[in-house]
Design a protein around this ligand. Structure first.
Ligand code: LR7
Ligand code: MN
Length: 593
């Protein structure tokens, strides 16, 4: 580790000067912009882009970092806080359109390019482990619908960069009838020109959804083991061998990596705690803490963890076993439910499901799903109904108790799936609950409520770095709440500084939050970078509440990529807005302690 860190620091310091001088280039180009093309999805650069190699600035990829060597963990807010800086209208367009279509910061994703190193988040004990060399070959299936081009390509290149070539039988990309022009027009050419021959692209003629989409992918696969990934993932060091090993020992073992978090706002990659999969009676997947009994044993924190369910997107399974076990329920549409269905089926029909702590894969966690189903149906309800009727026996009543309106809803024909269950002699749902998920409680008048456990970075309180007034140089005013400082959604304004007013006291902490009077966080709109900042409940997940007190006294917002500006220095209203950082006086603030 220390070697890696020295290296990182070396690279960082070596290029930080260059970074500075380069960052000035777009700023001085404040001349009127050329009209930008209709298509905001930047195309790929011609030719392969190799790791740490300067990315070509050919005017198409919109990469302002041009000749700067790539920071190995670019996207990390601590290391390059201004990765999402907006320099012109086009950047803003890319950012806003990205949030609209993909619910993450596409501007940063594009600037990262198709290669980046990710921090090795494995437990130190994993690094000393060795794995057999004669492991089964893997076919990786990645199904996508309207994915951001750069996120998809980073998923593919991440696999190519961090998987031993001899284990990688093929990657099968399944385009689920995407509409985005670059996916339709440029992807074939990119694959042909830049990727090895074992990267294949299959196109669905109509939208099938991720469940039938994965079945299509699996039907084209010829490797021994299937590995499914979402189209916005980045695999970590040594991710595949720990997954293949337990499968090679017992083909009825299905395994999931630990899913690390890639921030939707900053694309920063961070470690997840080791948790396991559960569900609630609404048939939603949830994360549970791992019981101590599972963490015991000689291997300690690195041993596979028995998991009642999987999240759904990232897992590996023997291909023949996948077929034998009934693939997926092809009557399920678009999104939802298939993850619990396959989990129940694995356990009830003689298989096992584990989370492998030494295998880590990052996934972009968005705050909303950016697409619907073609007819606007609630496919999650449809799919959950099917799985309840096939697998849950009398316990489906628990679901209906929560969703009484679904009791009479039709769910299509399930005879094939019921047959399958009979043919394989699968155990009862009661057996599953008793033996695999005894923590699950049957709700009733006396049942305790289950405490949901969410994936987050723990409950630690961020350390306070500074406390004081946010002073505007040009006007000698201070930043304060327009109305009451505890009013959620309230605007902020610059007004006469009052040194006795607690409502002008801001706290700046190590999570880069700005908290007014210990109450609310300064926040910006996710989808529209032109909206003024507001006071909101602190959510602790960065992005819209991350601020950097940068050079030239600027107050920079990480996910919007702009600086706080006083709209009209002469007006007594004191309105503020987010604007392209230009170093002007109206954008200069100082946190006075
Ligand atoms: O119609 C569609 N066609 C597709 O090909 C809809 C989606 N897709 C693709 C999509 O582009 C993506 O690559 O299918 C993949 C999964 O869709 P997401 O990323 O919108 O799903 P999600 O990450 O929001 O949801 C989780 O639950 C889903 C339930 O159906 C799937 O099982 C997802 O794979 C799953 N994702 C994960 O498990 C990653 C970790 C998330 C957690 C917790
Ligand atoms: Mn996903």
């Amino acid at each position: 580790t220390s070697v890696t860190w020295t290296l990182l620091l070396f690279v960082y310091f070596n290029f930080s000067e260059e970074t500075q001088s380069f960052k000035n280039v777009p700023i001085k180009g404040f001349e009127p912009q050329k009209p930008f093309p209709k298509k905001f999805y930047p195309r790929f650069t011609r030719g392969p882009v190799r790791m740490h190699e300067p990315q070509q600035r050919d005017g198409r990829i919109g990469n302002l970092f041009g000749n700067q060597a790539l920071d190995p963990v670019k996207g990390d807010v601590e290391r390059s806080p201004e990765m999402g800086m907006i320099f012109n209208e086009r950047d803003q367009e890319v950012r806003d359109l990205g949030y609209q279509k993909h619910a993450f910061n596409m501007l940063i994703s594009n600037r990262l390019g198709y290669h980046r190193d990710v921090p090795d988040t494995r437990d130190a004990k994993c690094k000393g482990k060795s794995y057999p060399t004669d492991l089964p070959f893997a076919s990786i299936v990645i199904c996508f619908y309207n994915e951001a081009f750069s996120a998809l390509l980073r998923t593919v290149h991440g696999v190519l960069d961090r998987t031993p070539a001899y284990l990688l039988h093929e990657i099968i990309l399944v385009d689920d009838n995407s509409e985005l022009a670059d996916l339709k027009e440029d992807l074939d050419e990119y694959i042909k020109k830049n990727l090895p021959r074992n990267i294949k692209l299959v196109r669905n003629e109509k939208r099938e959804g991720l469940i039938r989409g994965r079945m299509v992918g699996a039907s084209h696969a010829t490797g021994k083991v299937l590995v499914f990934l979402d189209s916005h993932c980045e695999v970590n060091e040594m991710w595949l061998q720990p997954l293949l090993t337990p499968i090679s020992e017992d083909r009825r073992t299905v395994v999931c990596p630990v899913i690390d978090i890639i921030s939707a706002d900053t694309l920063a990659y961070s470690s997840s705690p080791v948790v396991r999969g559960g569900f609630n009676w609404g048939l939603h997947f949830k994360w549970d803490l791992v019981p101590f009994s599972e963490l015991e044993g000689p291997e300690g924190a690195t041993a596979p963890i028995k998991s009642p369910t999987m999240a759904g997107g990232l897992f590996a399974m023997d291909r023949e076993y996948f077929n034998q076990l009934g693939q997926y329920d092809s009557g399920m549409d678009i999104w939802g439910g298939e993850n619990l269905e396959i989990s129940f089926r694995i356990w009830m029909c003689g298989g096992r499901l584990f989370i492998i702590p030494c295998s880590r894969v990052g996934h972009i966690f968005r705050k909303r799903r950016p697409y619907g189903s073609p007819g606007g149906q609630d496919t999650m309800a449809h799919n959950s109904l099917r799985l309840a009727h096939v697998w849950m026996d009398e316990y489906k009543e628990q679901y209906f108790a929560l969703r009484p309106e679904l009791r009479t809803r039709s769910y299509g024909n399930i005879t094939d799936r019921v047959e399958l269950r009979k043919k394989m002699n699968c155990k009862s749902f009661k057996w599953y609950l008793d033996n695999i998920y005894p923590e699950m409680q049957i709700s009733g008048p006396n049942a305790k409520a289950q405490q949901p456990v969410f994936l987050n970075r723990g409950q630690k309180r961020p350390k306070i770095l500074q406390r004081g007034r946010l002073y505007h140089f040009q006007t000698n005013k201070c930043l304060a709440a327009q109305g009451h400082p505890s009013q959620k959604g309230g605007l902020i304004v610059a007004r006469e500084c009052d040194y006795n007013d607690q409502n002008q006291v801001w706290v700046y902490n190590e999570d880069h939050e700005l908290i007014l009077n210990n109450l609310l966080c300064l926040d910006v709109s996710e989808t529209r970078s032109s909206d003024p900042p507001r006071l909101m409940k602190c959510h602790g997940s960065g992005g819209s509440q991350q601020w950097i007190l940068g050079k030239n006294n600027r107050l920079y917002q990480v996910s919007v990529g702009q600086c706080m500006k006083l709209v009209d220095p002469l007006s007594s209203k004191g309105y503020v807005t987010m604007a392209i950082c230009d170093g002007s006086l109206s954008q200069q603030w100082h946190l006075e302690t």
